[in-house]
Unconditional design. Structure first.
Length: 329
């Protein structure tokens, strides 16, 4: 992992933002791509929004990308390109929470700050038999204070990296390698044989089901799109003509132009292609979707949508769901 062992706050910050809610295996390629396109924070701060979102395309949790741009521009324009060197200043950056601030502080500036990510929560909970829920206010405070007490203040970066790696490689969520764990002699969960009971998390996710249907009007390769601007999923990404329903819509109804609020006489049709349903899982949502492609013989105008040529479409960031549809058309 190229961000390990470095002290460049820009690259450490970039890696931490990318790895929020993302596995290392997936995030590594995105990190390398971003560093290649934007070697410095100045390069990122001066990039066009759509270019940055295009590079982020498929990584999900797009609020991270919005915060990435906001912080890059703030540090570049207001702080002369220099990251804050104290915890309070780092924590004030958009998209930077207690964990990320501690990570940047310890790895970039060797500040005595304990990093508390999911791996650290798991190691501490199992090793010391802590059954306080990690998603509770009491639990967060307890673990934060305990991690700070255990921290090697002389070597905070090395200490933090070691315990994070221990959780990622040895004390894994399932099938931990207890026999080869250096803490097995003092681990409470290992002694009791109940590692699967830790850490405790009380939160139960409520999953919302949404039915999103897309229409592509294609005129000699040109298509109508719009940028999502509301405070919803995929903000700042582009999409084709959208119709959301409270319940599933039958395929025969999707092929009717009045379903889309269009008159058949205004949409001269050539070939019509309807995809099978695709399901797309987000953290708290399950998206059920189909896409209808209609070849038209003339352009029409729909409020909020703009015709784009094929070469323009290639430069625009789309949700992963739409890209999946385009792969099967």
């Amino acid at each position: 992992m190229p961000w390990k062992g470095i002290s460049d706050p820009y690259k450490i910050w970039l890696s931490e933002i990318i790895l929020q809610q993302t596995r290392v295996e997936q995030g590594l390629a995105y990190y390398n791509n971003f560093v290649n396109h934007f070697p410095t924070i100045n390069d990122l701060a001066n990039a066009a929004d759509d270019q940055v979102f295009k590079l982020w395309e498929g990584l999900g949790y797009y609020s991270r990308c919005r915060n990435l741009l906001a912080t890059a521009r703030f540090v570049n324009n207001e702080l002369s390109g220099n990251f804050p060197t104290d915890y309070k200043g780092l924590l004030a950056l958009k998209g930077v929470g207690p964990y990320t601030a501690a990570a940047i502080g310890s790895f970039a500036f060797n500040l005595p700050l304990a990093v508390l990510d999911g791996n650290v929560f798991r190691v501490l909970a199992r090793c010391f038999g802590i059954d306080t829920p990690i998603d509770s206010t009491m639990g967060k405070t307890q673990f934060r204070e305990f991690a700070a007490q255990l921290l090697d203040n002389e070597n905070p970066a090395l200490h933090n990296q070691a315990i994070m790696d221990l959780g990622a490689l040895v004390c894994s969520p399932s099938k931990p390698d207890c026999l080869n764990c250096p803490l097995q002699g003092i681990c409470q969960a290992n002694a009791d044989g109940n590692w699967d009971k830790f850490p405790v998390n009380n939160k139960k996710t409520q999953v919302k089901h949404r039915f999103l249907y897309y229409l592509i009007l294609d005129y000699k390769g040109e298509r109508m799109v719009r940028k999502r601007t509301g405070k919803d999923i995929w903000q700042h990404l582009f999409e084709y003509i959208l119709k959301e329903s409270d319940e599933p819509v039958a395929p025969e109804d999707l092929k009717r132009m009045d379903f889309w609020g269009l008159s058949t006489s205004n949409v001269p049709r050539g070939s019509v292609q309807l995809t099978d349903e695709l399901k797309h899982a987000l953290t708290h949502q399950r998206i059920h979707s189909r896409l209808l492609m209609v070849q038209v013989e003339k352009k029409l105008q729909i409020a909020g949508y703009t015709w784009k040529k094929p070469e323009e479409l290639k430069q625009l960031p789309f949700p992963r769901l739409i890209n999946k549809f385009l792969e099967i058309l």
